[in-house]
Design a protein around this ligand. Structure first.
Ligand code: ADP
Length: 249
């Protein structure tokens, strides 16, 4: 589904990514890990259209998406959550999801102007879908609570519900459990399990090793802008290069 081909990214003289190759297959959960400064954020920014790579391409379903705007990349079916909370804080949980699902749906201009029955049906569908998504992520009963008044862990789940409302082909989760306590990260892990069962394709960037190792099918490890290892969690955990960068040997 996603293919990163020989991607390099230079910032002046600094080489943040150096010939990176990575694929994410349909239905796969791919983890992207590496120490601080290894290039993870830069790679995500290239994949999601925030940076155009210095060299190389990113393809989604065979179409080149690198160099396109973040909006065009989102339209191609890639939706991301952010490390920092990115919600409409004064809106309710339900409204936050509805805005994402309604903007995603094409609203028929004629029905929008004349407030026809079709628009009312469409609006009801958005609300129904938003309620279903809140239930799916574990936020049933929280529909009317303002986003800002939800505990931190639930705000992160709400972000995932918003991302799902756009019906992405590929969901990119950027440090979904950062700042969560143990119980919250267990709930987030259960949600990722559910997403996997529903057949979603996910690219997961995360520092929490237990979380990554228990959820991912395959991992790509970056160090100094290069891929130094790729494989299943057990292969990665026994890879000497990976052990040495994490344990500093
Ligand atoms: P990670 O997300 O793995 O911590 P980053 O992608 O943030 O790594 O950073 C990779 C390297 O690129 C680092 O050396 C960082 O200082 C550098 N870098 C990242 N963004 C920029 C930028 N906008 N301008 C200059 N250097 C940058």
């Amino acid at each position: 589904m996603l293919s990163v081909n020989q991607v390099s990214m230079h910032f002046g003289g600094l080489v943040a990514l150096d010939g990176v190759n990575m694929t994410v297959k349909d239905g796969e959960i791919r983890g992207l890990i590496g120490p601080n400064g290894s290039g993870k954020t830069t790679l995500i920014n290239v994949i999601t259209g925030f940076y155009a790579p210095t060299k190389g391409t990113v393809e989604m379903d065979g179409q080149v998406i690198s160099g396109k705007t973040p909006n065009a990349v989102a339209k191609a079916g890639l939706c991301r959550t952010f490390q920092n909370i990115n919600l409409f804080s004064e809106m309710s949980a339900l409204e936050n999801v509805v805005t994402a699902s309604c903007t995603h749906q094409t609203v028929n201009l004629g029905s929008a102007i004349f407030q026809t029955k079709a628009l009312k049906v469409q609006e009801k569908e958005c609300y129904d879908k938003a309620r279903e998504l809140l239930e799916f992520v574990g936020l049933a009963g929280k529909e009317n609570i303002k986003a800002t008044n939800l505990p931190y862990g639930q705000q992160r789940l709400l972000e995932i519900a918003r991302a799902l409302a756009t019906e992405p082909k590929l969901l990119l989760l950027d440090e979904p459990v950062a700042g969560m306590n143990e119980q919250e990260s267990d709930e987030a892990a259960q949600l990722v399990h559910k997403l996997r069962e529903s057949g979603k394709t996910i690219l997961l960037i995360e520092h929490h090793m237990k979380f990554v190792m228990s959820l991912c099918d395959n991992l790509t490890v970056l160090n100094y802008g290069k891929v130094i290892a790729e494989g299943t969690p057990s292969e990665i955990q026994s890879n000497e290069d990976v052990i040495s960068i994490y344990l500093g040997k």
